[in-house]
Design a protein around this ligand. Structure first.
Ligand code: PLP
Length: 285
């Protein structure tokens, strides 16, 4: 089964896919992206991902070349061609090819790249036991709400994670928890689910929105506000949300045990709700 690539309207084998060295994505990191996964061969929350792609592109004054209906067709076609049991789809849109100059021209045609590869869901044992995280200073720029291909701070954070042999970095800006390097972070304080508010300091996760809605429909109080690093260590429960991690308990941070050192009742409940949500055909495009 092949990894599939798509460049500006044409599907090609991944190994043959090429873009120009003058592409502004390569020269400046001038572009945006999305990551979508499938459940039972169908993309989850595609509408939410496409809406965020539009928001990111608009914030960079970048015109997306396709309508949502066209994106949906291309994503479905890519999934069909790759024919993996489960796939992850990366969509990247850069400002396109132009002679190197920081300032851009509205005339430049965006480059669209999509890849479809096999997705390996997380080991169930991680879900059952929870994972370990470390805190790292959040050194990212002032528009983390834009899903930009500029990921240097995340790259450095994930490398520290790898070296420390933990699962995720929890980013701290001025003493407050923003999010993970590849996930959003939620804590439970006396039964209330608390997570950083949408805004320039976090990427507004598609999974975050799904989980907050599930929490509300379960009757759990939800607060969108920042918590401090100290509050993080003393939370009853801490968990991550994201396309690849779904809903995942964090049971140890910087070597400190969180809650009882095992996934708590609220994360277990929300993880179960999330599993049934992604099992619903209505959630899939
Ligand atoms: N925050 C960051 C920095 C991310 O990179 C991601 C996912 O890649 C998320 C949050 C979670 O977003 P989503 O739930 O849309 O996957």
């Amino acid at each position: 089964m092949p990894d599939v690539a798509f460049i500006n309207g044409t599907f090609v084998p991944l190994a043959e896919a090429k873009v120009s060295i003058e592409d502004r994505g390569f020269q400046f990191g001038d572009g945006v992206y999305e990551v979508i996964r499938t459940y039972r061969g169908r993309p989850f929350a595609l509408e939410g991902h496409l809406a965020r792609l539009h928001r990111s592109a608009t914030a960079l004054d970048l015109a997306l070349p396709y309508s949502n209906a066209e994106w949906t067709d291309y994503v479905r076609e890519g999934i069909k061609r790759a024919s993996y049991p489960e796939a992850k789809i990366y969509i990247q849109v850069t400002r396109g090819v132009a002679p190197r100059d920081h300032a851009y021209s509205a005339e430049t045609t965006p480059t669209v790249v999509m890849t479809v590869r096999e997705f390996h869901p997380l080991d169930r044992s991680l879900q059952a036991a929870g994972v370990e995280a470390m805190t790292i200073e959040d050194i990212r720029w002032g528009r983390c709400d834009i899903k930009s291909v500029n990921l240097l701070a995340n790259v450095l954070a994930r490398q520290q994670v790898r070296q420390a042999q933990v699962f995720e970095a929890i980013l701290i800006k001025e003493g407050l928890v923003t999010e993970g390097a590849v996930s959003n972070v939620m804590v439970v304080q006396r039964g209330t689910v608390v997570t950083a508010p949408e805004g320039p300091r976090i990427l507004s996760g598609v999974t975050r929105a799904t989980v907050l809605n599930l929490a509300r429909s379960e009757g759990l109080p939800v607060q969108e506000r920042f918590v401090s690093q100290a509050d993080l260590y003393h939370a009853d429960e801490v968990f991550l949300t994201g396309t690849t991690v779904e809903v995942l308990a964090v049971v140890r941070i910087d070597g400190k045990i969180i809650g009882g050192g095992r996934p708590g009742p609220i994360v277990q409940r929300l993880a179960a709700c999330f599993t049934s949500r992604v099992s619903s055909p209505l959630a899939l495009a």
